[in-house]
Design a protein around this ligand. Structure first.
Ligand code: PMP
Length: 302
């Protein structure tokens, strides 16, 4: 049987149900995280657990959701939930803090909040071995002054879903979204990196992108492990066309090489050398095999 954390307790997954009148269900007033746990060495190695909860608190602050737990309590609850579910495969953990009031009417204050956590087995979200084909979306990335993009707000994912769905319906694997001013922002659920002349480039967070944890880790790993600096600067769509390598980063996407964009082959159409080195370093770390980065992993014995 699967379990979820719901209304303050770990309960059978089937009992974790909200009312149709719930504010978050009606108005998209929730904030969430997506956390991966990698099954390796007979443990679930949960990646950047504390960092994810830190971002959840930031998202919650932006849309005035009160979380009645500390980060340490949420970490303990998550570990307990991972143990109770007992999956012996890669998992995805989804905490959501949300406006739980059963009330009609807009606003963010004077409305009850709650938090739930559930998890499920999870494999690859995007291909990581041969490269994906992406397109530029006709949907623009939502602006920070419309729905704050740095907060992981449930309602914001209508924007991402429009882009993802359009891409899939047109035969692509994923979409790249531009900001209203036409600069590259991010994928529907990923940050993007460009390799040009042996250097890394990624759009700045102020380009209406999520403050991606994988993005931050890749910037650190590129510098510390490969001696490669990442330039955070505005990127034009056409610069993606002439990149030597392109890849997405994200908890779900991991490091997903991009094979083509808008029907233009990227580089040689194979996984580039820098992408491939970063993948190797990343997967070693997430499986708990690199002692230097043990602090990023919460190992849970099953
Ligand atoms: N951008 C968006 C819109 C996302 O949903 C995600 C996934 N959380 C990311 C970027 C990547 O962020 P992270 O590396 O923290 O998973």
């Amino acid at each position: 049987m699967n379990f979820a954390f719901f209304e303050g307790r770990i309960v059978p997954f089937a009992d974790a149900k909200i009312s149709v009148m719930t504010h978050a269900f009606n108005y998209g007033t929730g904030v969430f995280e997506g956390i991966r746990g990698y099954w390796s060495n007979n443990k679930i190695n949960v990646l950047m657990l504390g960092e994810h909860y830190k971002r959840l608190f930031n998202s919650a602050k932006i849309i005035k959701i009160k979380i009645n737990y500390t980060i340490d309590q949420l970490i303990d609850i998550t570990i307990e939930l991972v143990k109770r579910n007992g999956y012996r495969e890669d998992v995805y953990i989804r905490p959501i803090a949300y406006k739980s009031h059963e009330r009609i009417g807009l606003g963010l204050t004077g409305i009850d909040d709650d938090l739930t956590i559930y998890m499920a087995p999870f494999g690859e979200y995007l291909d990581i071995s041969k490269g994906i084909n992406i397109c530029t979306s006709t949907w623009r990335k939502i602006d920070d002054n419309i729905i704050p993009a740095r907060a992981k707000v449930t309602g914001m994912y209508v924007n991402s879903s429009l882009a993802k769905s359009e891409a899939l319906e047109n035969g692509f694997d994923e979409a790249i979204m531009l900001s209203t001013d036409g600069h590259v922002a991010e994928g529907s659920g990923e940050n993007i990196f460009i390799v040009r002349d042996g250097r890394l480039i990624t759009p700045p967070i102020t380009e209406n992108t999520l403050e991606g944890l994988t993005r931050a880790l890749i910037i650190e790993l590129a510098k510390d492990e490969l001696g490669i600096d990442t330039k955070e600067r505005t990127v034009d769509r056409t610069e993606l066309f002439i990149a030597d390598e392109l890849f997405f980063t994200g908890t779900g996407a991991q490091i997903s090489p991009i094979r083509s964009i808008d029907k233009r082959v990227v580089g040689l159409g194979t996984i580039g050398p820098i992408t491939s080195k970063l993948q190797k370093i990343y997967f070693d770390i997430v499986k708990g095999n690199n002692p230097k980065y043990k602090h990023l992993i919460t190992p849970v014995e099953i």
